[in-house]
Design a protein around this ligand. Structure first.
Ligand SMILES: *Cc1c(COP(=O)(O)O)cnc(C)c1O
Length: 361
């Protein structure tokens, strides 16, 4: 039976990415691995437009680990834009690191409020960092990075971005958006396997941060220094996963980011048209803050979400919607990863057959 993921991470991967796990026995201290890791990191720096200014640092962790690495390196007050689950998690990590955090909250189903950010910055000269989730993966809302970057610049703040769900499948320019540090992982729009993540940060800031991280394992400077000076990660690297990430990012470079964006938008539009054709109602998201990879539709009043998810999963169409979105009355479908229009058409067939079984007439 066909099994496809319609979740925003992990994603379906290209067979070449899966096969990359079968690399021959290799140590993380060998030059052959160093070359793979260096190529991977250089390509990621290029993908975000930071080749001249920023450095990519790998971690053996899911995306949350990359966010924690950033937070562990900060000293000073943080303004957190809280618009949902992943921002709340950043707030929780910051609390464990005993950082002084000021929160500007927006409802998850609304775009980020730029005025509230400026008001907070006007009233608090001690704020040194702004942390924003670029793509809030539960709802599909994109943060207006260009505008937030301008504000950060005007107030002399460092902009920190969770780019985990966005980078590779959305426009992201680390220099033009004034981003000091961003996080990403291998298994969303990069279409790699889960388990490795990256921090891409301004090289001057990383270089100046020696010995400052509150975390031993997630120390950005130490990880960067060891890769540069010893050509090896300081601790045993997930060699096979990084080799797979290297193949995945190679495929992205081949496809190009603009074409991947275009493919994702086409798949999303196909899905949304199909949902409308099934008589479903889409969540209203204005096009300038709409993600390329996520669609939300209103759960019909006579349908039980759990039953529908179970019915789809049994058919091999793997979906997942976070509880707070179900509580708001919506179901989320993600169209990213190694996916084409036939896969989306197949999903729509599964959904059209599943809906009557769980109540929708
Ligand atoms: C997936 C995701 C994360 C990280 O989740 P992990 O389970 O740790 O990989 C963080 N932020 C956003 C916006 C995400 O989409």
């Amino acid at each position: 039976m066909q099994r496809l993921l319609f979740t925003p991470g992990p994603t379906n991967v290209h067979p070449l990415v899966q096969r990359a796990l079968l690399v021959e026995n290799m140590s993380h201290r060998e030059p052959v691995f160093a070359a793979i890791l260096e190529r991977l990191c250089q390509r990621l720096e290029g993908i975000v437009g930071g080749t001249e200014t920023h450095s990519c640092v790998p971690f053996a962790a899911s995306g949350t680990g990359a966010n924690e690495a950033i937070l562990a390196s900060l000293e000073g007050k943080l303004l957190l834009l809280d618009n949902g689950r992943y921002a709340k998690r950043i707030g929780e990590i910051a609390r464990r690191h005993q950082l002084n955090v000021r929160i500007v909250a927006t409802s998850p189903m609304e775009p980020i409020n730029l005025e509230a950010i400026q008001l907070a910055l006007d009233s608090d000269p001690y704020i040194k960092y702004i942390f924003v989730v670029h793509l809030q993966t539960t709802t599909g809302f994109l943060a207006p990075l260009q505008k937030i970057g301008e504000i950060a610049d005007r107030y002399g703040c460092q902009l920190l971005v969770d780019g985990i769900a966005s980078i590779g499948g959305h426009e992201f320019d680390i220099v033009a958006h004034n981003v000091a540090f961003c996080s990403l992982n291998a298994n969303k729009c990069l279409e790699g396997l889960p388990g490795v993540s990256f921090v891409i940060g301004r090289t001057d800031l990383i270089s100046a941060s020696a010995g400052k991280s509150r975390s031993f394992y997630l120390d950005i400077h130490e990880q960067w220094r060891a890769c540069k000076e010893n050509r090896a990660t300081p601790y045993t690297a997930p060699v096979q996963l990084l080799a797979a990430a290297d193949i995945a990012v190679g495929l992205l470079v081949e496809e190009t980011v603009p074409k991947r964006i275009c493919r994702y938008q086409t798949l999303r539009d196909q899905l949304q048209q199909g949902l409308l054709d099934l008589g479903l109602e889409l969540a209203l998201v204005s096009p300038d803050v709409q993600s390329n990879i996520l669609s939300l539709f209103r759960i019909p009043h006579n349908v039980n979400y759990s039953a529908l998810q179970q019915e789809l999963n049994q058919r091999g169409a793997i979906v997942h919607t976070h509880q707070e979105i179900v509580d708001a009355g919506y179901m989320a479908i993600a169209t990213l990863g190694h996916m084409n229009s036939e896969n989306v058409a197949w999903f729509l067939t599964q959904l059209s057959e599943a809906l009557p079984k769980v109540g929708k007439r």
